[in-house]
Design a protein around this ligand. Sequence first.
Ligand code: WAQ
Ligand code: MG
Ligand code: MG
Ligand code: MG
Length: 258
Amino acid sequence: MQEEKYYSVRMRAAKNGSHEQGGKHISGGEILSTFSDMRHAVNALLEKGLTHSRGKPDFMQIQFEAIDEPIKRVKPLQIESNEVESVEIGQALSWRLLEKAGIQEQIIEKAYKHMTECSGIRGALLIDVHSGERMDDRKEKGVRVSRMDWLNTNFEKWADYYNNPKNLRVKEALVLATKVSEHPATVAELCWSDDPEYITGYVASKKLGYQRITKLKEYGDERGCRIFFVDCLEDLKEYIHYLEKETILVQWEEEDDK
Ligand code: WAQ
Ligand code: MG
Ligand code: MG
Ligand code: MG
């Protein structure tokens, strides 16, 4: 049977000029859509960028392109929530989880330094697990993971089964973390939002699953973070190609988790 054709739909919004002109990143989004759902997809991204807590954009770009390559189905990472009382405790827990994923303490420390120097970027930092140095050459752009999604009917089935909130932010983050952790060169991911009102973040890896941490930054802070700890000295180009161009659809079946 021939599979329905999908399109990658992407949005980015900035304020005080485009990203290229040095504007402030406001919002980004990526969706997979069929042709017949395109209006809905474009509208959802438009809405996301127009009404954002980081500010009112004066630049936005929305584009779609057909996907010609095969689409891979991947099960969502297991999700766990860690309630913490303070940012300090949350940050300490993120360190412990990263160490559990096999990353050395001095590498984590270096990664955190890179992050404070680069917060405000719209993509992720790729950090070499051996040296702690940044691997990508994308400067203030970072690497933007794209071509991933989770059909809403299937996501809602999953959320109902686990009694998880049907929250778009959690869905988007879990989709991204699932795609990123699926690549064998990813050791772990560390993330928290750049949206000032959203303070829950996570550490994710294939082994740890998606470990939410309820406080990773102070309320009101507009500095966000996405770091991929990477172990691939040889083929960085292939890795970035996977993140940007290969298509992943998250798909969950009840039998998977029994
Ligand atoms: N690819 C790479 N990096 C990205 C992408 C992407 N597609 N989208 C966002 N980022 C980077 C970028 O640098 C942002 O500044 C940063 O991540 C945060 O993005 O409760 O909402 O979309 O389980 O603000 C995690 C917890 C929420 C959700 C993360 O991130 C939960 C979040 P945001
Ligand atoms: Mg986004
Ligand atoms: Mg997001
Ligand atoms: Mg954001």
